[in-house]
Design a protein around this ligand. Sequence first.
Ligand SMILES: NC(=O)C1=CN([C@@H]2O[C@H](COP(=O)(O)OP(=O)(O)OC[C@H]3O[C@@H](n4cnc5c(N)ncnc54)[C@H](O)[C@@H]3O)[C@@H](O)[C@H]2O)C=CC1
Ligand SMILES: O=C(O)[C@H]1O[C@H](OP(=O)(O)OP(=O)(O)OC[C@H]2O[C@@H](n3ccc(=O)[nH]c3=O)[C@H](O)[C@@H]2O)[C@H](O)[C@@H](O)[C@@H]1O
Length: 480
Amino acid sequence: MVKICCIGAGYVGGPTMAVIALKCPSIEVAVVDISVSRITAWNSDQLPIYEPGLDGVVKQCRGKNLFFSTDVEKHVSEADIVFVSVNTPTKTRGLGAGKAADLTYWESAARMIADVSKSNKIVVEKSTVPVKTAEAIEKILTHNSKGIQFQILSNPEFLAEGTAIQDLFNPDRVLIGGRETPEGEKAIQALKDVYAQWVPEDRILTTNLWSAELSKLAANAFLAQRISSVNAMSALCEATGANVTQVSYAVGKDSRIGPKFLNSSVGFGGSCFQKDILNLVYICECNGLPEVAEYWKQVIKINDYQKNRFVNRVVASMFNTVSNKKIAILGFAFKKDTGDTRETPAIDVCKGLLGDKARLSIYDPQVTEDQIQRDLTMDKFTWDHPIHLQPMSPTTVKQVTVVWDAYEATKDAHGICILTEWDEFKALDFKRIYDKMQKPAFVFDGRNVVDADKLRDIGFIVYSIGKPLDPWLKDMPAVA
Ligand SMILES: NC(=O)C1=CN([C@@H]2O[C@H](COP(=O)(O)OP(=O)(O)OC[C@H]3O[C@@H](n4cnc5c(N)ncnc54)[C@H](O)[C@@H]3O)[C@@H](O)[C@H]2O)C=CC1
Ligand SMILES: O=C(O)[C@H]1O[C@H](OP(=O)(O)OP(=O)(O)OC[C@H]2O[C@@H](n3ccc(=O)[nH]c3=O)[C@H](O)[C@@H]2O)[C@H](O)[C@@H](O)[C@@H]1O
C-alpha cells in the first residue's frame, strides 16, 4: 500500500489530503502537524476550518485510510510520498522583510524529513514557494541524506477557499513539475498515478520544476490583477456615472477576457494574493527586473487604494466624521463560505474607521470574537504564522463589539458597512433594520450584494461600489 504523509494540516493540507484519501482508497494518508489543537480538531466533530462539503469527506475516510496525527516523524519516516504544505508567510524581519517569503517552516520540515528518513522518498512542494525553492530543498535533503534518494516535485495547489472540495474534485488542472531526469520522470509518474484516479489525464500537466513553481505565483498574480483592474474601473465609474456591473458584464462577454473574477469589491483579501505578489515582486527585484517588479506592485497599490477609498467614502458621507458613531460591520471573513480572516479587507476598513474614532459592532456568521479581536490588534503579516506562534492573549479593542446577529449589530447604528458577500445579507429585513437605526441611515455596500433601489425606497442613503452615486453622496467632499 502506497503511504502518503502531508506535513501541515491547514486550509490546503487538510482538504487536499481528505480528497486524496476519498478518491484513492488503496492509499493510506496521514496528515501531520505540530499544532496539537489543530490535530485534535481534525479528529473531532468540529473541524478546524469551515469549508462546505469537507465534513462529509472527512467522515467517510477518517480512521480508514485518513489519519490526523502530531506524530510527525513517525508518519514521515513511513511514507513513500511526503507533501509539504506548511505556511510560507511574508518575512517580517531581515533581508527582504515585507516582501520575500519566509521559508523557516519549510526549511525545518525539510531538515526533519532528511533526519528521520530511512527509505527513498518523493518530497512534494504543496505550499506556494518562490521559484527555485526546490533547488534549496534539494540541497538540504541531499546534504543530510545518509545515502537515501529524494526526488523533489512541485505540485502547487489552486483551490480557493469556500469552494475547496468542489475545486479538488474537479480541478481545472493539476500541475506537477519535476526534474527532467529518469528518476525525476519516475517520480512525476508516481504522483500522476495518484491524481489520475479521479482527474482526467489531459488535465494533469507536467512541466519542469521552475515552471511549476512560477506558474503558481503567476496564476495568483493574474487573478489578483483582474480584481485590481475592475476595482480601478469602479472608481472611474463612480466619477462618471457608469455602472461597474454593466461594464464588467460587457467586458467579460469578450470570449478572450471571459466573465469570471470581475466582481468589483472593497478589495481582495485572503492569505495568498498579497503574499504571493509581494513574493513575485521580490523575486523580480532580485533578478534585476525593477520594471516588472513595479508593474506587479501596482496590483497591491490599487487594492490598498480601494480599501482606503471605501473608508474615506464612509467618513465623508457621514458629515466628515464617524467619531463616537456606531457603525455596523456585516461580514468579516475575506469572502463568503469561509471563516478565514487572513488579510481580509475588513481588517483595514475597521482599522480605518477606528482611526476616526468610530464604535464598531461586527457580525460575521463564521468568525469568532476572539479571532476578530486578534486580527484588529495583530501586527502585519503575523497572521500567517502557525497559530501557536501568534500572540496568545491580544489586547482587546474597546470600541469594538462582536455580536451574533445582523439585527443586533445594526441596532442604533448610524451606518452599515457590508464587507463580505454572505448570502444571508441579501435576505435581511432592511425595513426592520432601518426602523431601529439613527437617521439619516447609511448603507455602504462593499460587495454589491443588496438591492440599492429597494433600500433607497425604504429611506436609506446607499453607496454601492462602482455604481452611480446617490445625490447625497455626490454633494459630499471628494474622496481619494
Ligand atoms: N489557503 C489557501 O487557500 C491556499 C494556500 N496555499 C499555500 O499553501 C500553503 C499552506 O497554506 P494554508 O494551508 O492556508 O496554511 P495554514 O496556516 O492553514 O496551515 C499550515 C500548517 O502548517 C503547520 N506547520 C508549520 N510548520 C510545520 C512543521 N515544521 N511541521 C508540521 N507542521 C507545520 C502549521 O502549524 C499549520 O497548521 C501556503 O504556502 C499557501 O500559500 C495554496 C493554495 C491555496
Ligand atoms: O493560492 C491561494 O491561496 C488561492 O488564492 C485564491 O483563492 P482564495 O484566496 O481562497 O479565494 P478567491 O476566490 O480567489 O478570492 C480572493 C479574494 O478576491 C476577492 N474577489 C474575488 C473575485 C472577484 O471577482 N472579486 C473579488 O473581490 C474575494 O472576495 C476574496 O477577498 C485563488 O482563487 C486560488 O486559485 C488559489 O489557490
